[in-house]
Design a protein around this ligand. Structure first.
Ligand SMILES: CCCCC/C=C\C/C=C\C/C=C\CCCCC(=O)SCCNC(=O)CCNC(=O)[C@H](O)C(C)(C)COP(=O)(O)OP(=O)(O)OC[C@H]1O[C@@H](n2cnc3c(N)ncnc32)[C@H](O)[C@@H]1OP(=O)(O)O
Ligand SMILES: Cc1cc2nc3c(=O)[nH]c(=O)nc-3n(C[C@H](O)[C@H](O)[C@H](O)COP(=O)(O)OP(=O)(O)OC[C@H]3O[C@@H](n4cnc5c(N)ncnc54)[C@H](O)[C@@H]3O)c2cc1C
Length: 675
């Protein structure tokens, strides 16, 4: 038996797809170890996939698109119960990476009844509950004796937390907080799994003590009777209805009617309210926002994975789809031969790799900050907040764009739910909104950049943190791309630094200039905000390039290094062309240099072509996880599309009741009136 570098090859596969895999120049298992940050984790992913493949009770009973929302929720609850029961046979206890993979394989991306329980409820209790509170609630939550969510957003306010309407008013006499929703707009609205599944929530409410507003604080709140699951007295609760996607999750609404909880339900790891109402403030004003930072840090990788789902589907399908000829004397070509198709897909393959590498760095920084904050050191919180705010915005934006390109790259079949593209898009694009609307989060990063710019302008560049140190450096007079013999990426990085620095300093100048002309700070901020957000995007895209460069430098295996270097070349050239306005406007890059960048781009599209399928196969998504007929590993698309169509609920009968009831009588009466 021949040992191929691409480990996805099986006998009986579509030969067009096998031919693609045979040309792969690197070992896809080794590449998976890069993507998932260790050989051990990549291997565990495969083992988990194999275990699940052998347990039919963990498979979908029918394709998700053929189920109603109620059926999907029932089905995901069935599987959730099974994986909870057999968790220790499938994954290592409390290994969140393995749990994430198990969920993606078995439950899928549309959510499940305990999605927010794992993503926010447990992280909020872990970071914000005191040890005593953790003994009371965290163990029960981890054991899944109780199910919780994170209820912050309201019908009327999501971004602006200072203006939430839900209040928690301290009653010194009874040592209780009274939770109250004064208006309809104060109803909690959106929290995942709040509507029907959760019996507890970490609720964010404005805390009032003796008439003074202490701002948003987090409280552990029982919502439903633990035995009957009926809502408790004083609680109004329900599902907010179907959404663009993510409909297995019961995003909900919640109102409180003077609902009392003990004082000790305020999460008190960093903040305290004494029985007499004395407030002990936390070491950092935003320490209670930790559950949001948790999701923002992890969602970079989550988004990269969803982008890669779509690219795996589109790249595999483009290798079996034949349409038209390039040389008219030859047979029809695989659509992947078209340069336009390569240009549509390959730069996003490069971006997906770039995002997953940046995501790994972000999680590392998050874990470090989490440990430091637990010991009272809050010095890196602002850096982490700035970094994650920028990354969540830029990555979710390009992920949504990339998925949509991948869908269109599949032609008509991309529009069928058999491709699963619409769900992948719908779930991923939610990331542009949840955990902070993208524009708003870019503006959070801009605050950090403006402070940094002000250090530069006042001659204090030595005080700049490592993420923004480049702002204090001097640029070359022009870019040296194509002007030096170097084959590395240093000139590209310098060019991206120049672009981000120039835009940051220019946007900050605009902001400071408006204030000097007498505008009040918030007005000047608003009038500069488009330019400020441009700076945030450029800064974040620079960070992503640098993370990619750092990773490629670390790789030892020469075959992996070569293909990752090709991808990085593609990435930097594509990114530079995409932001060429900034590069050209001060003459830092000339139009002849851009011609060189364009040539490089086309060169690397062609160079990557033989590795394209191996690059997407390296993510090692099983068919169960992808849930896409077009993206099947074996490439047998057409027969399975036909089988899928035949399974459509509409095909259960030859004549639909709607035809009997309406269309037949309509046609009959039309015929009769003609007589
Ligand atoms: C392996 C595990 C995998 C898990 C996950 C993987 C993938 C995920 C997949 C699926 C996800 C599924 C479901 C999604 C769930 C989504 C849940 C939610 O959406 S929860 C709700 C989220 N809501 C928001 O994000 C609201 C956005 N708004 C805000 O964050 C804030 O209001 C604000 C915009 C930041 C402003 O806050 P505030 O009004 O309090 O601030 P100001 O007083 O203006 O001060 C700003 C000041 O504070 C600093 N700051 C703000 N936040 C932080 C922070 N977190 N840390 C540190 N510092 C912070 C900010 O920098 C300003 O500082 P300065 O400039 O110095 O004044
Ligand atoms: C799928 C999904 C899951 C969610 N899950 C949860 C959950 O589990 N728990 C929870 O509490 N919430 C959840 N949310 C809510 C989510 O966090 C909020 O919708 C999000 O933070 C955006 O807030 P908003 O809806 O108030 O948008 P808005 O702030 O009303 O945004 C509307 C527009 O106004 C702009 N805007 C607002 N403020 C500013 C500003 N200061 N400067 C410039 N522009 C501004 C925005 O950029 C946007 O264009 C979820 C939402 C979705 C879609």
């Amino acid at each position: 038996m021949v040992h191929h570098q691409n480990k996805a090859i099986r006998e009986g596969d579509n030969p067009d797809l096998t031919a693609e895999r045979v040309t792969g120049t690197f070992d896809t298992h080794s590449m998976a170890a890069q993507i998932y940050n260790s050989e051990a984790h990549a291997r565990r992913r495969r083992e988990i996939t194999e275990i699940i493949a052998k347990r039919p009770e963990l498979h979908d009973t029918k394709p998700f698109p053929f189920m109603t929302r109620e059926e999907k929720i029932l089905e995901s609850s069935r599987k959730l119960t099974l994986i909870t029961k057999h968790m220790n046979e499938i994954i290592e206890p409390n290994n969140s990476n393995e749990m994430f993979h198990l969920n993606n394989e078995v439950l899928g991306i549309e959510g499940h009844p305990m999605a927010l329980h794992g993503i926010m409820f447990i992280p909020a209790l872990t970071a914000q509950a005191s040890e005593e509170q953790q003994k009371k609630w965290l163990t029960r939550a981890i054991n899944r004796e109780i199910v919780g969510t994170y209820a912050q957003t309201e019908l009327g306010h999501g971004t602006n937390l200072q203006n939430l309407e839900t209040t928690a008013t301290y009653d010194v006499a009874t040592q209780e907080f009274v939770l109250h929703t004064p208006t309809i707009t104060g109803l909690k609205w959106w929290p995942g799994n709040l509507g029907k599944s959760s019996n507890y929530a970490v609720v964010v409410a404005l805390m009032f003590i003796k008439g003074k507003n202490y701002g948003p604080h987090t409280f552990m709140v029982p919502l439903r009777d633990e035995k009957t699951h009926q809502p408790l007295k004083g609680i109004t609760i329900g599902d907010i209805g179907p959404k663009i996607a993510y409909n297995v999750t019961d995003n909900g609404f919640l109102g409180f009617d003077h609902y009392r909880i003990p004082r000790t339900n305020l999460l008190m790891r960093h903040t305290r309210v004494e029985p007499d109402g004395t407030y002990v403030k936390p070491p950092h004003a935003k320490i209670n926002y930790s559950a949001m930072v948790h999701v923002r840090s992890h969602m970079i990788t989550g988004q990269a994975i969803m982008l890669s789902y779509a690219l795996t589907i589109a790249t595999r399908y483009s290798s079996v789809r034949r349409q038209g000829q390039i040389d008219t004397t030859q047979p029809e070509v695989k659509v992947l031969e078209y340069q336009t198709q390569q240009h549509r897909l390959f730069p996003y393959i490069a971006r997906a790799y770039a995002f997953v590498f940046a995501g790994a760095e972000t999680v590392k920084l998050y874990e470090r900050v989490l440990e430091e904050v637990a010991t009272g050191n809050v010095s890196l919180m602002a850096d982490l907040h700035a970094l994650t705010s920028g990354l969540k915005s830029v990555v979710s934006h390009y992920t949504a764009q990339g998925i949509e390109q991948a869908r269109m790259a599949c032609g008509g079949h991309g529009y069928s739910q058999a491709s699963y593209m619409s769900e992948i898009f719908g779930v991923a694009v939610g990331g542009c909104t949840y955990e902070g609307e993208n524009m708003v989060m870019l503006l959070q990063l801009a605050r950090y950049l403006v402070k940094s710019a002000s250090l530069v302008k006042t001659g204090q560049s030595s005080k700049l943190g490592p993420l923004v140190a480049y702002l204090g450096a001097k640029s070359d007079s022009t870019s040296l791309i194509d002007r030096t013999p170097t084959t590395g990426f240093a000139e590209y990085v310098k060019t991206f630094q120049h672009i981000a620095r120039r835009q940051t300093l220019k946007a900050a100048d605009k902001f400071f200039g408006l204030m000097e002309k007498g505008e009040k700070r918030p007005i000047a901020w608003n009038k500069s905000s488009v330019e400020l957000n441009r700076a945030s995007r450029l800064h974040t895209r620079l960070y992503i390039v640098e993370a990619f460069v750092r990773r490629v430098e670390e790789v030892a295996d020469p075959r992996l290094k070569e293909v990752l270097t090709d991808l990085l070349h593609l990435h930097v050239n594509y990114e530079l062309l995409d932001m060429s306005t900034y590069a050209l406007e001060d003459g830092f890059v000339s139009s002849s240099q851009l011609d060189y960048v364009r040539d490089q781009l086309y060169f690397y599209l062609a160079k990557i072509r033989p590795n394209a399928v191996s690059l997407v196969d390296s993510w090692e998504f099983s068919d169960q996880e992808l849930r896409s007929v077009l993206g099947r590993r074996d490439g047998h698309v057409y027969e399975n599309l036909f089988a899928w169509a035949k399974a459509s609920p509409l095909n259960k009968t030859d004549v639909l009741p709607s035809v009997d009831k309406y269309l037949k009588p309509l046609m009959e009466s039309a015929r009769a009136s003609k007589l």
